[in-house]
Design a protein around this ligand. Structure first.
Ligand code: FES
Length: 198
């Protein structure tokens, strides 16, 4: 991998993740989990990546790399799911209508995902490309509002996203996090980067 050209977007999110204590600093995060290993050239070209989510428990998140970008897979707990519908008035684009290309048709629903409990999103802030940090615990805490429902905080300029990757109002990030093309190969296997069966 070291002799591959460095993708600037990848450099940005890796750097920021480290600077912020990052995704690796959270006990529930398993960075770069992948059971499928396409060649480096295929990955750079955008080959789909397979992810085994069989061990992911409610409230946990894992990260896979696709096209040099972190893709988060979040298993939302029933409590987290219940909170999702309660802050639409605080979101900039609660129904993900602003840029339809950021949310595939099958994810344009109240939980922004194929299965209600499993969220898939590209973990790159839509402002300037930093990687937001997970802040899954609901309630008052530093840098977040008292009615925080759980989600993500971008360490660069303070944009916040809920657990469906939807951006809160009056923040620098203009759009919700991207939901990449994806599909289920089985109950516990996801394919990131493709959403049509061959
Ligand atoms: S890059 Fe995330 S708020 Fe600026």
């Amino acid at each position: 991998m070291s002799n591959q050209p460095v993708d600037q977007s990848r450099r940005t999110w890796v750097t920021m993740a480290c600077a912020a204590g990052g995704v690796g600093g959270v006990a529930t995060v398993v960075p770069f989990v992948s059971t499928f290993q396409p060649s480096e050239r295929a990955k750079a070209a955008g080959a789909a990546v397979e992810a085994d989510i069989s061990t992911l428990k409610p409230g946990e998140m894992m990260t896979v790399e696709w096209r040099g970008k972190p893709v988060w897979i979040i298993k939302r707990s029933p409590e987290q799911l219940a909170l999702l519908g309660k802050h639409d008035n605080e979101l900039a684009d609660p129904k993900s209508e602003r840029k339809l290309e950021m949310t595939p048709e099958y994810a344009r629903n109240e939980h922004r995902s194929i299965k209600p409990d499993v969220m898939v999103a590209v973990g790159i802030c839509t402002h300037l490309g930093c990687s937001p940090s997970s802040k899954f615990t609901a309630g008052p805490q530093a840098s977040l509002p008292d009615d925080w429902p759980g989600g993500f905080l971008c360490p660069c300029h303070g944009s916040t996203f809920d657990l469906a990757g939807r951006v809160f109002k009056n923040k620098p990030a203009p759009d919700n996090l991207e939901v990449p093309p994806h599909m289920y190969l089985s109950e516990s296997k996801l394919l990131i980067g493709e959403d049509k069966k061959a």
